[in-house]
Design a protein around this ligand. Structure first.
Ligand SMILES: Cc1cc2nc3c(=O)[nH]c(=O)nc-3n(C[C@H](O)[C@H](O)[C@H](O)COP(=O)(O)OP(=O)(O)OC[C@H]3O[C@@H](n4cnc5c(N)ncnc54)[C@H](O)[C@@H]3O)c2cc1C
Length: 416
């Protein structure tokens, strides 16, 4: 596909969940939006994705919540278990949580979520272009330009770089690299009538936490499918080997877990795996008329399931600032980008650092594991103090950002 001659108001680089949801957000403000995607077609690889109330609130504002609900599953409980003995440690009542925050917790196939945004973009006239490999960026005080691998250039009032973990645009702001966690994820789905799925309650999101590993499962597509994710620390990564995260390591990593956890291992996709990287948080995402968004700005470790949600929130917040600063002469992009930059990096910094800490807590062994389990067992199911800061609101202005929770030290646990 090639682009037409009319200059768009906004160019978005990357047609992942972040890029497409942002394209929709800006187009519904009446802007001409063009998405430049490197791949030969729009799509997503992987299986399930969890959408917490801070995301479903935005989907509702977009008029997309009913569609998302019809594509996904609304689980009733989220449960944490110990992977080595199967004991229940803590849970959330997701139906009560829906009452508290006003919006549901959904789980959905990521290709369904991506396709939903693609359809929404088409409805509002977003120009969606594939095979557009952006290799360079430049900015003036009033516009931004991207350079493509074939030498062409494209201009717009603003460029939103939603080009993922290995973002080219990020280099305009910081010379950093992805940080390896030495953890790797395996994913897989089986149909609901598969013997493995018969052992599983598809109405629950469950995570089994173990030393150096964890296992997550939940239902997808109205309960027609079981999604399973196995994550572990790779000994080969720790030893500095290049070939890390391979299937032999997967089986070894879960050897000490319960039979139920191990029984899912043969049903994982074994020909691909996801090494888990994040980056250090960045406090400024703006370079002239170029803004980072989604994983380009804040790739997290996945332990609190907020990566795609943060990207969707970024686009929604940017849209809110555009709405405030849109007049007859167009958008005051400097004001809109400043508003976006005043609130999102600080929020995402919290998510990135909490995700790392949450992962460390999940993967404890020895006495710290006992202490963690003791703390989780005494937590009240209806205590929301650890999720209010995430789920209660998506702040458009810094003063609306909820207070952060106070972590409980492991030493506070009564064990034995
Ligand atoms: C195991 C696992 C589980 C997860 N679970 C959850 C979850 O439950 N909930 C949640 O919210 N998040 C979850 N995430 C995180 C989530 O998947 C990501 O944070 C999210 O998909 C990032 O979206 P994005 O659009 O910013 O980036 P990407 O999905 O990486 O999209 C970037 C796009 O840009 C394109 N692109 C890249 N470079 C260029 C270029 N130079 N020119 C043009 N196009 C380019 C790419 O082709 C791609 O389409 C999970 C991640 C993993 C690995």
């Amino acid at each position: 596909m090639t682009s037409n001659e009319i200059r768009p108001d906004a160019l978005i680089v990357g047609g992942g969940i972040g890029g497409l949801s942002t394209a929709y957000s800006l187009a519904r403000q009446g802007l001409r939006v063009r998405v430049l995607e490197r791949a030969s077609e729009f799509g997503e690889v992987g299986a399930g994705i969890q959408l917490a109330p801070n995301c479903t609130r935005i989907l509702d504002d977009y008029g997309l919540l009913d569609e998302a609900r019809s594509l996904g599953v609304e689980p009733t409980r989220m449960v944490m278990r110990d992977a080595t003995d199967g004991a229940e440690l803590s849970s959330l009542d997701l139906l009560d949580m829906r009452r508290r925050y006003g919006y549901p917790y959904l789980v959905i196939h990521r290709s369904d979520l991506h396709a939903m945004f693609l359809r929404a973009c088409r409805r509002v006239g977003v120009e969606l272009l594939t095979e557009q490999h952006v290799v360079g960026y430049s900015t003036t005080e009033t516009a931004a330009r991207v350079e493509l691998s074939d030498g062409r250039t494209e201009d717009a009032g603003v460029v939103i770089a939603a080009d993922g973990l290995h973002s080219v645009a990020r280099k305009l702001l910081v010379d950093d690299n992805p940080v390896s966690s030495a953890y790797v994820a395996y994913r897989g789905t089986v149909p609901a009538d598969h013997p493995r799925a018969c052992d599983v309650d598809l109405s629950e999101v469950t995570v089994h936490v173990g030393p150096g590993c964890h296992f997550v499962h939940y239902g997808l597509r109205g309960g027609e499918m079981l999604n399973q994710v196995y994550v572990f620390e790779s000994p080969k990564a720790l030893a500095g080997e290049d070939d890390w995260g391979t299937p032999d390591e997967l089986d070894a990593a879960f050897a000490g877990t319960t039979e139920f956890v191990r029984d899912g291992l043969p049903h994982m996709w074994r020909d691909k795996w996801w090494r888990m990287f994040d980056r250090e948080p960045l406090d400024n995402w703006i370079h002239g008329r170029i803004a980072l968004l989604g994983d380009a700005a804040h790739p997290p470790l996945q332990y609190i399931a907020q990566g795609a949600i943060m990207a969707i929130e970024d686009g929604w917040v940017l849209g809110e600032h555009v709405a405030r600063r849109r007049g007859d002469g167009g958008v005051d992009w400097d004001g809109a980008l400043a508003g976006y930059n005043a609130v999102r990096p600080a929020h995402c910094r919290r998510v990135l650092t909490t995700s790392r800490a949450w992962g460390e807590l999940w993967h404890l062994g020895g006495e710290p594991r006992e202490q963690r389990n003791a703390l989780l067992r005494v937590r009240d199911v209806y205590d929301y103090s650890f999720v209010d800061w995430l789920y209660s609101v998506t702040a458009v202005d810094p003063q609306d950002e909820p207070e952060m929770f106070t972590a409980v030290p492991l030493a506070a646990a009564t064990t034995g």
